[in-house]
Design a binder for this molecule. Sequence first.
Ligand SMILES: [Zn+2]
Length: 454
Amino acid sequence: MPISLYNGLTRRLEPFVPLDPQRVTMYVCGPTVYNFVHIGNARPPVVFDVLARLLRRHYPQVVYARNITDVDDKINAAAQQQGVPITTITDRFAQAFRDDMAGLGVAPPDIEPHATAHIGEIVAMVEQLLASGHAYAAEGHVLFDVGSYPAYGELSGRDTEELIAGARVDVAPYKKSPGDFVLWKPSTPELPGWDSPWGRGRPGWHIECSAMSAAHLGETIDIHAGGIDLQFPHHENEIAQSTCAHGGKAFARYWLHNGMLTFGGRKMSKSLGNVLLVHELLQQHPAEALRLMLLRGHYRQPLDWSDDAIQQAVNTLDGWYRVLRDLDGIDLPEGALPAPPAVEAALCDDINTPQALAELSQLADAARQAGTAAAKAELLGGGALLGLLQQAPEAWFQRGGETIDAVHIEGLLQQRRDARAARDFARADAIRAELDALGIVIEDSAQGTRWSVK
Ligand SMILES: [Zn+2]
C-alpha cells in the first residue's frame, strides 16, 4: 500500500518515495532539556512514532533520529540559578522526557544525538559555511549570511523582508543584515563553552540539527519533521545551512509539521498559565487515553485539549478493552498480528489517525459480534499500528492498580462469593459496599465476577 505525505516544502500531498528504499531516514527535532515537557511537546513524538511504525512495516530499515538539545541559553540560565553544571539539568530532564515518552507508548528513536556530543561536527560545518562564503565572523560570533542563499524563505513561503519582521530578530551591531542568524557565539568564562577557531564559545541552536542530521543520516535525508512552530525560523535556517554546506544538495525531501495544541481554544503557554505537564497528566489519567487523545485529530490541524475529551478517550478504550476482555479465552491465530487494510490505508493517507481510529472502532464492533480469533487478531493488529490496545484488558481496567492491593480485593470477592453461596445477602452487600469505598466496581457475569477501578 503506497504511503502519501503532505510535503510542507511543495505544499502538496505527494507519494512517499524514499531516496534509498533499503534505508529510510527520518529526523524529528527533539526537546531542549531544562524542564518537564508539556503535552503539546508530546504531539510530534507521538504522531511521528505512528509514522515510524508505518514506515518500519513498509521498508527493511528505518533510521529515525530525534535529538536532545543539551546546550542552550535557557539551560544555562537554569544551571546558573541553581548553581549546578548544565549536565545536572540536562541529564535529569532528558531522562524525564524519555520516561514521559515511554509512558505515552512512544518507541525510542534509533538515534538520540546530543548537541554537546557533536561540537566537532558543528565546528566543521561552520568552517565549511565560512569557506564557501555563506557565513562571516564578527566579534566572536559566526553568522549565516541569509543574503547568500537566494532560496531562503522557500519552506515558510514568505519573502525575506516578511521573515525578518515576523521573527522580530535582534538587530545586533555585528550583523550585516537583521535576518542573519547565529551559527556560533562567544561564551563568557562562567558559561559553558568549547574552543573553536573563533575563540571559546558555543553553537547556535539551528546548526546542531543540521550537523547531527548529516552525521547520522547523511547529507540528504527523506523526512524532517517537527511542530509547525519550528517551521520558521528553525527549519528555514536548517535548510539554508545544510544546503549551503553541502554544495547545494537538498537537505530533506519531505517536510512534515504538526499543528499546535490548544487548551480551551487558547494556545498552551506558560504566560497564560494553562500548561499541562506530561508527567502530571500521566499521574492523573490512564496513559493510553492520553496517547489516544493526541491521535484523535489530524496531525496537521490544531488539537484542543480538554478534560471532557480525556474522559471520552477513556470511555472509548473501556469499550475496546471490554471486547478484548470478553474474548480473553480465545487464542490468537499463529504468526504475526494482521495489519487490517482499512487502518493501514488511513495511515498511508498522510497519517490520517482520526480515520484509522474510526476503522478501529469498526473492528471492535466486528470482533464483538463475531467473537472469533480472526476478528480479535484484526482488532489487536489495528491497535498495534497506532500503538494502542497492547496491554492486557485486566491491566487496563485495573489502572492505577499498583496502588490497589489486588490480593486484598480478590480476597474480598471470595468472601462475597462465599456469603452469596451461603445466602447471606446482607454480608454480600456489605462487602460490595466495602469494595465500592475502595473505588472498585464489580460486575457479575456468566463468566464470574470481574472488577475494575472506578
Ligand atoms: Zn531541529
